[in-house]
Design a protein around this ligand. Structure first.
Ligand code: ADP
Ligand code: ZN
Ligand code: ZN
Length: 801
């Protein structure tokens, strides 16, 4: 068994080959599948993942593995096979599938570290290698004559710990503790032996007589007002010992977590949870679609199903959309399961995420609550997977590997023989259609808890406002309703869809709009920095004083950003206090939580925000929700635009009257008769489902048809178009005549980062050859992709167009 099958970390344009490497004697017995290795590759040295260990290779001359990066595998056997499945399922490279599964800290830019665990019991050789340091890098270890065998033995003896890698800040955080090595009596004797001038030493020993347990070194030094120099001889003399212990970074303040107990379930909850518990007990990998209105008690069901899973000794993964991973949501899970919960999402620092990942790997937690990539948590005995708000677009990864987390969840559930719960008030058409066919099991919870009625939804027709001479963004109805709440000291949430806000800059004299020099999109005005920014490539420039075209000074910004709404609000309703939540005000760490706390403590009347306030929030005193521009989504060229509008309006409405106070919602729109607006206002999900399904059938869209999107991008516009055209022809020739090939058409944004983009779309019902055809096309263009800066992206399940 001296051959390793390795997937190497090389740029995407390479093929999906697996390479054979010879395992040097030093690593035999230590190396295992799922570990990372450093291998020679052409003239370079790169990282790779060991997929398997065998004793056979078809090749004669093999190169040797240079370095072993892990002591325990970081990818379990199941994750290794999931990675292969993921790569096939999304037509991605193995390497990007494996990279997607790991926290940033374990990806490239490695620098391995070895930590000493004890002070006293190190062998002479190790003592020499470490000298006076608590940890050293792997490179240093080798330079100071450390061998791999020595490393392995040191770990087995518990003298040292081998820590994966990475640059210092992101790696394991250590704290040094000091503790007495002698008994109190012996310490007394030591004190007696000390010379009289050694006052500080005496004080230290007296401290440990009174407090014989370990204390953080920093704290001890501070407490006794002493220095390292004083303590060092005591350690060297074998009186005290120092131990470096790992500490986890904790992004959440545990002292704010209140323990909660399971609630007695209501009738609709009992009926919904029963089949789930049955599937748990019988290890069935059923997929349940929990269709429950907002506030129907879905989260309580998740909590109790997880509790049941815990009793069986199994683990649970709970996925929530990134934006609703608010501290409020995390508190609900930590409140029920305490330290058994790890949290994974992108607002954590790399170090924090690495710590949470290791808690899972070390089996110190049983529940992971996280965003999309938490589906890859390295659990080995999963009993339940939950996807809350399953309709959220963030569950589809738009970059390599282009996966939908629902598919990965179902695949993992199959591996672990466990059920999946998909929860939503507005399931995707795909999921609801599958539930109707019996592929998924439908569980319905049509009632709100606390006998709460759904808030009444009113539609404000903005066309009528225009006719009446009202040119502000607030209808008279909404303005009056706000004033009424202010009077009653109740609170208001105002929602502005982010897509609808582009604060572009235009010259009033010549109509010139300032655009990004690298992309086909207007620059966005940012007031606090007086700058213009491109949201696609991050290009930034100062706001000009006059028009670059005609030098007129009447250049100003247009559009309805949250800042603008805030200004208008202050003009219309002076005296109302507003908290604004958008990318600008929540950039700083903790800002999100602080603003929400302020609003919860009634320090403001109105919460004004974008998507990030649309879900998950629960404020007792909010009785009015206003949607300022409901149409902004409807105007997008996307076959899901009506579905997204319906989902969003339903979500937002769920924010009002969650408790004993009655709620009201006002939706402002220029298209009041649009079916998605009308049906959302009537809480008619089923009606919307039927209507939208008819349209999807007529226009041949999912879930009736599958789509594949092929996007070609190249710095040269003609070249990009020409290649897209050729690809279109190849598809036409090699796919069956049932497949419809649309294109080439320009992508919704033709130029981004100085690259031109064109696309072809395949619509099909059953095309078993498609993947093979696409693979052939990719390999045909392989060398062009490497040499010519051509990029061909394939999305087998485009979620947004
Ligand atoms: P959803 O997740 O469907 O929006 P939640 O689980 O948040 O609904 O429940 C809405 C509210 O009802 C919460 O305040 C929750 O604590 C409460 N609740 C849920 N289940 C029960 C129950 N069985 N008895 C009493 N209150 C409940
Ligand atoms: Zn740009
Ligand atoms: Zn001008």
């Amino acid at each position: 068994m001296n051959i390793a099958k390795v997937v190497v970390d090389v740029p995407v344009a390479q093929t999906n080959r697996i390479y054979d490497y010879l395992i040097p004697d030093a690593f035999i017995g230590t190396i295992d599948q799922g570990m990372r290795v450093i291998v020679p590759f052409g003239p370079r040295t790169i990282m790779g993942y060991v997929l398997a260990i065998t004793n056979h290779s078809d090749l004669e001359k093999l190169r040797e593995i240079k370095e072993l990066m892990d002591v325990t595998p970081i990818l379990t056997e199941e994750l290794l096979s999931l990675g292969k499945w993921l790569a096939n399922h999304t037509m991605s490279f193995y390497i990007s599938a494996f990279q997607a599964m790991l926290p940033q800290a374990l990806k490239a830019n490695y620098q391995k570290e070895i930590h000493r665990l004890t002070d006293s019991s190190l062998t002479k050789e190790l003592e020499l290698i470490f000298a006076d340091r608590d940890y050293i890098t792997y490179q240093e270890f080798v330079k100071r004559n450390g061998s791999h065998q020595q490393l392995k033995k040191g770990i087995e003896d518990g003298d040292i710990e081998f820590v994966y890698q990475v640059n210092s800040k992101e790696t394991v955080k250590k704290t040094t503790y000091i503790l007495p090595k002698l008994s109190s009596l012996e310490l007394e004797e030591q004190i007696a032996d000390l010379p009289t001038q050694a006052k500080k030493k005496k004080e230290i020993l007296e401290y440990f007589i009174a407090n014989p347990s370990a204390i953080e070194k920093r704290e001890l030094l501070k407490k006794l007002r002493t220095t390292d120099q004083t303590i060092k001889p005591l350690i060297e003399g074998g009186i005290l010992s120092s131990e470096a212990k790992e500490v986890y970074r904790n992004p959440y303040r545990d002292d704010q977590i209140v323990r909660t107990e399971p609630l007695p379930l209501m009738k609709q909850q009992k009926e919904a949870i029963e089949p789930i518990l049955e599937a748990l007990d019988q290890k069935k990998h059923h997929v349940f679609l929990l269709h429950g209105v907002t506030g129907s008690g879905k989260t309580e069901i998740y909590l109790q199903a997880i509790a049941h899973t815990l009793i069986e000794g199994k683990e649970s993964i709970v996925l929530v959309p990134e934006i609703s991973l608010t501290p409020q949501m995390v508190k609900r899970f930590k409140g029920r399961f305490g330290s058994a919960v790890a949290v994974m999402h992108s607002a954590l620092s790399n170090g924090e995420r690495f710590d949470e990942w290791r808690k899972v790997q070390r089996k110190e937690v049983k529940v992971v609550v996280g965003a999309r990539s938490a589906i890859f948590a390295p659990f080995e005995n999963i009993g339940l997977i939950i996807i809350d708000e399953e309709h959220e677009t963030t569950y589809k990864q738009e970059d390599h590997p282009r996966y939908h987390v629902r598919d990965v969840a179902i695949e993992r559930a199959r591996n672990h023989h466990c059920p999946v719960i998909l929860g939503s008030a507005t399931p995707t058409l795909e999921s609801f259609a599958r539930a109707q066919k019996g592929v998924y099991r439908l569980l319905s919870m049509p009632h709100r808890m606390n006998e709460g009625e759904m808030p009444k939804i009113h539609i404000a027709d903005m066309r009528k406002e225009l006719h009446a001479g009202n040119r502000t963004m607030f209808s008279r109805q909404l303005k009056e309703a706000i004033e009424e709440r202010l009077e009653k000291k109740e609170q208001i949430v105002l929602f502005l869809n982010r897509r609808g806000y582009s604060t572009f800059v235009m010259c009033r004299d010549c109509g010139h709009v300032i655009e990004c020099p690298h992309c086909d999109i207007s620059l966005t005005y940012h007031r606090n920095k007086e700058s213009l920014k491109c949201h696609y490539c991050s290009y930034e420039e100062k706001m000009p004083a006059c028009c670059p075209e005609c030098q007129s000074e009447t250049i100003r910004y247009f559009g309805t950003g949250t800042q603008k709404v805030e200004e208008t609000l202050q003009e219309l309703i002076p005296g109302a206090s507003v908290i604004r939540m958008d990318v600008d005000t929540t950039r700083r760490k903790g800002a999100h939580e602080r603003l929400l706390d302020q609003f919860a403590n009634k320090q403001a009347d109105i919460l004004l925000g974008t998507q990030m306030i649309a879900k998950g929030l629960d404020f007792a005193n909010v009785t009015l929700v206003g949607v300022l521009a409901a149409d902004s989504l409807l105007n997008l060229p996307d076959f899901r635009s009506a579905e997204k509008t319906f989902q969003l309006l339903t979500q937002v409405s769920g924010r009002a009257g969650r408790h004993h106070l009655e709620g009201e919602v006002i939706i402002q729109t220029y298209m009041p008769e649009h079916y998605s607006v009308e049906l959302a206002a009537n809480y008619n999900y089923l009606g919307f489902f039927q209507k939208e399904m008819e349209l999807r059938k007529t226009y041949q869209y999912p879930p009736y048809y599958f789509l594949t999107l092929i996007t070609v991008s190249h710095p040269n516009q003609l070249k990009a178009l020409e290649i897209t055209r050729t690809i279109g022809k190849l598809l036409y020739k090699h796919l069956s005549n049932h497949a419809r090939i649309l294109g080439p058409t320009p992508s919704p944004l033709v130029r981004v980062k100085d690259r031109y983009r064109f696309q072809c779309m395949i619509k099909y019902k059953n095309e078993p050859n498609q993947q093979k055809v696409l693979e052939r096309i990719l390999s045909y263009y392989e060398s062009a992709m490497r040499k010519e800066d051509l990029l061909i992206q394939i999305d087998l399940q485009p979620y947004q167009l």
